[in-house]
Each structure stands twice: as C-alpha cells, then as structure tokens.
Design a binder for this molecule. Structure first.
Ligand SMILES: NC(=O)c1ccc[n+]([C@@H]2O[C@H](COP(=O)([O-])OP(=O)(O)OC[C@H]3O[C@@H](n4cnc5c(N)ncnc54)[C@H](O)[C@@H]3O)[C@@H](O)[C@H]2O)c1
Length: 280
C-alpha cells in the first residue's frame, strides 16, 4: 500500500511502546485511527500525544477476550467506515523454563500474544475482505518467534504460535489472490515497557516468580534498555507496508541465524541460539 494518507487503521496495545509510537506516526501520515489497549489511562495519554487535528477513537479492550475484540472492531468500522490497516500489536512478556513455570504463565502469554492476534484477525479480516480493495495486517511477533532463547518458554511458545498464525493468514490470503497483505513484525530489543508486563496481568492468572523467571526478567529489562528506539521500529513497519514485505526484522543481525537454523534443522540437528552478541 503506497499511499497511507486518508486510510483508516486499527492498533492494539496502543497505550505504550511500539503501539503508541505507531499511532503517533500514523496520525502524522494522515491516517484515521481506532486505538485499543487494556489500560484506559495509557490510551488517553496516547490520544493526547497524537496532537491536534488527529482523527481517532479509543476503546479499552482486552485482546484476549473475543467479545471485547469484536466490540472494538464494531466501534472501529462504525467510526471509520473502513479499516485498511490492522496492527495486532498488544503483547506481554513472561520468562522461565518449560517445566518450572505454572500453567497460568503459559495461559496468560498465549491469551494475549496468540489469541490477541487470532481474535483480531477473526474480528477484522472478514470485514476487510468484504469492503474490498487494498489492506495490510501487521502482527507483532518477535525474534523470539523465530529463534528459541532457552529459559523464556511462556513468551517463546506464544510468539512462535503468533508467527505461525501470521504465516497461515498470509498464505491463506495469497492463495485466494486477495489484495490484503500481511507482515510479521519481529523486533529484537526495543525501548518500551515490555519488561513491566505484569502491570496488565489479570488477577486470576497471577503467579509467584521463580529464580528462572526472575533471572529472565532481569535479562529482558537489560535487552530493552539496550534496545533500539520505537521510532526505528515504526519506520521499518511503514516501509514494509509500502513495499509489501512479509518479514519485518528490525535487527538485521539476526538474518544469518535464520539460514543457520534452517541448515541445522535440515541436517536433523538441534538449532542453537543466534550468536547475536558476537555479531554486533
Ligand atoms: N520491546 C521489545 O523489546 C519487544 C521485542 C519483540 C517484540 N515485542 C512485542 O511488541 C509488542 C508491543 O510491546 P511493547 O514492547 O511496545 O511493550 P509495552 O509494554 O510498552 O506495550 C504493550 C501494550 O500492550 C498492552 N496490553 C497488554 N495486555 C493487553 C491485553 N490483554 N489487551 C490489550 N492490550 C494489552 C499494554 O497495556 C501496553 O500498553 C508486543 O507484542 C511485544 O511482545 C517487543
């Protein structure tokens, strides 16, 4: 989609980090917005940051709840008429080993990071197909959806599932010669509040930290602190939309690791982690 001005976009997780930066940039590009987040105060702050003249509606939404996402889609289509750009971006981080963390950790990350995308796709895409014409869906996955860093199982499992959901959607639409395009946004470290994800965890899925999850919590905080600015991610996303690129790898240092992983798998070997530090 070359021309963004005058288009309409829906963004989830718009109250912070990548979602907020994306919303601000889209407003500046002349895109009309429907913004969703679990946190109403954060959403109001994003709305203020859009500046005067921006056309936006906001709705407190839990992306893990199908009815909540359907209600957001109803609101978006009612307010904007059409939706050309969908950013399924809301997400949470939780670390720890596969066998040590309680099931609730997996339930929470899958609920937000996988079901958030599935609910978004199921609520918006049929209406985007029906309206006809160009459109683009960007699902925020992660490099943790392409590689496995051991010890972050709840997050990694949910992000690989999110990537599979994104790939499925892209291939299904391509098979139907749809004008809708799909991108998987796979960032490495980005300066956001992802390391403070606990702030939005539902009380019913609360768990106690363990030594492994606490260690990974520190690691993710360091990764975020040393990460790239959100504006760089937004720049990459918009160029992928304009150039209709599927994979948005904000950290190109990871690209050689993809080939190494494929080679290891083709030879039946356990793939290693990408040697990111050494390549910098
Ligand atoms: N920051 C990074 O280093 C990094 C790296 C790779 C991928 N990501 C992904 O980027 C996306 C955006 O995260 P961010 O880094 O901007 O973090 P962030 O914490 O700054 O923003 C995430 C937003 O999602 C919202 N959210 C959480 N649960 C929700 C729910 N159930 N329903 C609706 N909204 C909900 C939060 O309130 C918050 O406003 C996530 O999917 C995350 O996994 C981030």
């Amino acid at each position: 989609m070359r021309e963004l001005r005058g288009r309409a976009a829906a963004v989830t997780g718009a109250g912070s980090g990548i979602g907020r930066a994306l919303s601000v940039r889209l407003a500046r590009e002349g895109v009309r917005l429907a913004l969703a987040d679990l946190d109403g105060d954060a959403l109001a702050e994003t709305e203020r940051a859009l500046g005067p003249g921006a056309a936006a509606v906001t709705q407190v939404t839990d992306v893990g709840d199908e009815q909540s996402v359907q209600a957001f889609a109803d609101r978006a289509f009612a307010a904007l008429g059409e939706v050309h750009l969908l950013f399924n971006n809301a997400g949470v981080y939780m670390g720890g080993r596969t066998w040590t963390r309680p099931a609730a950790d997996f339930e929470w990350t899958l609920r937000v990071n996988l079901w958030g995308i599935l609910h978004g796709v199921r609520a918006f895409v049929p209406r985007m197909i029906e309206q006809g014409g160009e459109g683009h869906i960007v699902n925020t996955c992660s490099v943790a959806g392409l590689f496995v860093g051991p010890g972050a199982a709840p997050y990694t499992v949910s992000k690989w599932a999110a990537f599979a959901a994104t790939l499925s959607l892209a291939q299904e639409l391509a098979l139907e010669n749809s004008p809708l395009r799909v991108s998987a946004l796979c960032p490495g470290g980005v300066q956001t509040r992802i390391h403070e994800s606990e702030r939005g965890r539902p009380a019913g899925l609360a768990t106690e930290p363990g030594e492994d999850s606490a260690f990974m919590g520190e690691m993710i905080a360091q990764t975020v602190a040393g990460g790239i600015p959100v504006e760089k991610v937004v720049e990459d996303v918009l160029s992928a939309v304009r150039e209709e690129r599927f994979l948005v790898l904000t950290h190109p240092e990871y690209a050689p690791g993809l080939a190494e992983q494929a080679e290891a798998l083709a030879a039946g070997r356990l793939p290693g982690m990408p040697d990111f530090e050494m390549r910098e």
